[in-house]
Design a protein around this ligand. Structure first.
Ligand code: MLT
Length: 327
C-alpha cells in the first residue's frame, strides 16, 4: 500500500513538475557534517558548479550533523520526493549499515542514486606539538603512549572514524587511544591545530591547506601508493609502504534524492551533475585539494548504486574485524 502511495505521489509530482523544476524554490543539498569540513567543501564547490549548469536553479547547502551522518541521511530519506531536498554523502552511506543496528533508513532502497562525484584520499595527521616527524616515529610514539592520547573523528560511521578504526586495528593499537567525536572534521581540525586533540585521519580536501601552512604534521596517506601527482602530498608515504599490508582506503562522495523523486527530475539533476563534473573550475578546486573527480560510468545512477552496494559488502567484514560497535 505504501509503495502504491509513493508511486502515486511520484506520478502526480512528475506531471506537475516536469516542466517547472526547479522553479523558484531552492534545492537544498543536505551535508551530514558541520560546515568547514571536507564534505561541506565538496558540497559548496558542487553547488556552485551545478548552479552554473542548471539555468534558474538555486542550490543551497544545508549542514545537518550528528551520529556520523545518519541523522542527515534519515532526514533526506523521509523528505518529500520533489527534487528540492538532496543528500551529498560519502563512504558513510556504506559504513553505517555495519555500525548501526537500528539505522532509520535503507541505503539501497530509500534513495534515488543521482551519480558519484569524486574520490578523496585520506591523511594521517597530528597536532603541531607532537614529538614525531616521520611515520615510523609517529607509530612508535603512539605505541609508547598507550592510553594517553586522543584521536578525533566526526562520529560513528564517519570517514575519519572508519579510517581511525582500520588504522588502529592494523597497528594493533585499538586500546591505545581515546576517540573524541565532533560534528565534523572542520571543528575537529580546529581542535587539532589548537592542540586540544593529538591526531586524526582526515580527507586531503581538509588537510592539504593545513599541512601546507604548517598548522598540523602529516605522516602518511591511506591510498595503496603515495600521491605522486600532488605537489605537496607526494612527500608522504602510503601506509602500505610503511608495512601495513593491504591498507588501502579512499573516500568517495555521491549525490542522492529521496525514493520516489520523479524520473524527469532525477534526469535533470544527473545532467547538471555531469556538466558540473566537467566544469574546469570545479575540477581545478578538487584536484588542488588532492581529490579525483569521477570520470567513469559511476556518474550514471545504476553504476553509482552498484558501487555503493559493493562497498557495503566490502566494508562489513572490515568493520567487524576492526571492532564491533553498539548504536
Ligand atoms: C568524515 O570524517 O566523515 C568527514 O570528514 C566529516 C566532514 O566532512 O566533516
Amino acid at each position: 500500500m505504501k509503495r502504491l502511495l509513493v508511486l502515486a505521489a511520484a506520478a502526480t509530482a512528475l506531471f506537475a513538475n516536469a516542466q517547472t523544476y526547479p522553479g523558484s524554490k531552492p534545492v537544498s543539498i543536505v551535508v551530514p557534517f558541520a560546515a568547514g569540513g571536507p564534505t561541506d567543501r565538496v558540497a559548496r564547490d558542487l553547488a556552485e558548479a551545478m548552479r552554473k549548469n542548471m539555468p534558474g536553479s538555486n542550490f543551497v547547502v544545508e549542514n545537518v550533523n550528528g551520529a556520523g551522518g545518519t541523522i542527515a541521511a534519515t532526514k533526506v530519506a523521509k523528505a518529500t520526493p520533489d527534487g528540492h531536498t538532496l543528500l551529498l554523502h560519502h563512504i558513510g552511506m556504506a559504513s553505517a549499515p555495519a555500525l548501526y543496528r537500528k539505522l532509520q533508513y535503507k541505503p539501497l532502497e530509500d534513495f534515488e542514486y543521482l551519480g558519484m562525484i569524486n574520490e578523496v584520499p585520506m591523511t594521517l595527521i597530528g597536532k603541531p606539538q607532537l614529538p614525531a616527524n616521520t611515520y615510523r616515529d609517529f607509530e612508535n610514539y603512539i605505541k609508547a603512549n598507550a592510553g594517553k592520547l586522543n584521536i578525533a573523528h566526526a562520529g560513528l560511521g564517519s570517514a575519519s572514524h572508519l579510517c581511525g578504526l582500520m588504522w588502529q586495528a592494523a597497528i594493533n593499537a585499538k586500546e591505545a587511544m581515546t576517540t573524541i567525536p565532533f560534528g565534523g572534521t572542520g571543528p575537529a581540525m580546529n581542535a587539532l591545530v589548537g592542540g586540544q586533540v593529538d591526531l586524526m585521519c582526515d580527507q586531503t580536501t581538509n588537510t592539504t591547506g593545513q599541512i601546507e601552512a604548517g598548522r598540523v604534521k602529516a605522516f602518511a596517506v591511506t591510498t595503496a601508493k603515495p600521491l605522486s601527482n600532488h605537489k605537496l602530498l607526494k612527500d608522504y608515504p602510503s601506509l602500505q609502504d610503511m608495512g601495513l599490508k593491504g591498507f588501502n582506503l579512499t573516500i568517495w562522495h555521491g549525490l542522492y534524492a529521496p525514493k520516489g523523486t520523479p524520473p524527469a527530475i532525477q534526469a535533470q539533476l544527473n545532467t547538471a551533475l555531469k556538466l558540473a563534473l566537467k566544469d574546469p573550475d570545479f575540477i581545478k578546486k578538487q584536484e588542488g585539494l588532492g581529490a579525483i573527480v569521477i570520470t567513469d560510468n559511476r556518474v550514471e545512477p545504476a553504476a553509482h548504486k552498484a558501487f555503493v552496494a559493493s562497498e557495503i559488502a566490502k566494508l562489513k567484514p572490515v568493520i567487524e574485524a576492526a571492532g564491533k560497535f553498539a548504536d
